[in-house]
Design a protein around this ligand. Structure first.
Ligand code: C2E
Ligand code: CA
Ligand code: CA
Ligand code: CA
Length: 283
């Protein structure tokens, strides 16, 4: 909302912004300023969370998640950071940084003899850049990272917007033809449209953690998740569940035929060196 919008909607506060609104606008502009600086000074960090095969327990991939602790404003969570970055356009800078870090790390793990992919989260706004696919391929070659080591996670919301944008579909298909795998994140939380399943090169379905969280409490949720797993299988997709925190959840998901899991039960997001340790322990 613009300031004048907020004023009009002000109710009791006609003519003056409420304290809370003031604070929110303030914080946003502070975050924007500090983020610019952080990007400039390479102050962002990356943690990795393992994705494991639900039958063998082996790590098949690691998801790169951005972390930022600013000197002045402290920790800014991705849930706060990403929407602001999307609004201001700084998401493109975060994206480039994350892609490069992920590619370097994927190449490094391969060199060390580990067989896993690295997942990155990209937003639809980044794919509106007509050169997105080209930039990703450039980073891959610059970092000596084979394309088939990289997975791109897109949300259901992304998929819904992309189905109407030919240029995005083209870029995704280009990346797919080079070997990059697309993951549909937050499956089940968006809007009901399956058209993107026809149009987009999706290979992995990631069932949203919201469903997993209530898996044990509700028989309805159990049927729902079971249905989502069967749907994914019938589409020849790999099905993964995120937010798995207990063995009971894991076992139920295994019964349904869910291929892979991710969550605090396996590991929270950790530094790359911790992932390397987990990988060494597998050998
Ligand atoms: P997401 O892609 O759905 O990532 C999963 C989130 O769930 C992560 O939060 C992760 O730390 C958390 N999580 C993982 N396992 C569990 C679990 O067992 N229980 C619970 N309660 N939570 C779990 P995080 O890192 O705070 O990220 C939040 C969201 O921010 C991500 O959701 C993603 O949409 C976005 N995000 C994070 N990093 C990036 C990035 O580099 N670029 C973009 N565009 N978005 C990012
Ligand atoms: Ca490294
Ligand atoms: Ca994700
Ligand atoms: Ca998710």
């Amino acid at each position: 909302a613009t300031i004048s919008n907020v004023r009009e909607a002000g109710g009791d506060n006609i003519g003056s912004l409420s304290n809370a609104t003031h604070k929110a606008i303030n914080r946003k502009s502070i975050i924007e300023k500090r983020l610019l600086l952080a990007l400039d000074q390479q102050d962002l960090k990356v943690l990795y969370q393992p994705l494991v095969n639900n039958h063998t327990g082996k790590i098949i991939a690691a998801e790169a998640l951005v972390r930022w602790e600013d000197e002045e404003i402290g920790v800014v969570s991705p849930d706060e950071l990403i929407p602001i970055a999307e609004e201001t356009g700084l998401i493109n800078n975060i994206g480039s940084f994350m892609i490069e870090e992920a590619c370097k790390q994927a190449a490094e793990w391969q060199k060390e003899g580990f067989d896993l992919k690295v997942s990155i989260n990209l937003s639809v706004r980044e794919f509106r850049d007509k050169n997105m696919a080209k930039s990703i391929l450039n980073i891959l070659s610059k970092t000596n990272c084979p394309a088939n080591l990289i997975q791109i996670e897109i949300t259901e919301k992304f998929a819904l917007e992309a189905e109407a944008e030919t240029s995005i579909i083209k870029q995704m298909r280009k990346l797919e033809s080079e070997g990059i795998v697309f993951v549909l994140d937050d499956f089940g939380t968006g809007y009901a449209s399956f058209r993107y399943m026809q149009l987009l090169p999706i290979e992995i379905l990631k069932i949203d953690q919201m469903f997993v969280a209530s898996l044990l409490q509700s028989e309805k949720t159990q049927r729902l998740i079971n249905g989502m797993v069967q749907f994914g299988k019938s589409m020849n997709l790999t099905v993964l569940a995120e937010g798995v925190e207990t063995n009971e959840q894991r076992e139920l998901l295994k019964d349904y035929g869910c291929d892979a899991i991710q969550g605090f039960l396996i590991s929270k997001p950790v530094a790359e060196s911790e992932i390397s340790k987990l990988l060494k322990n597998e050998k």
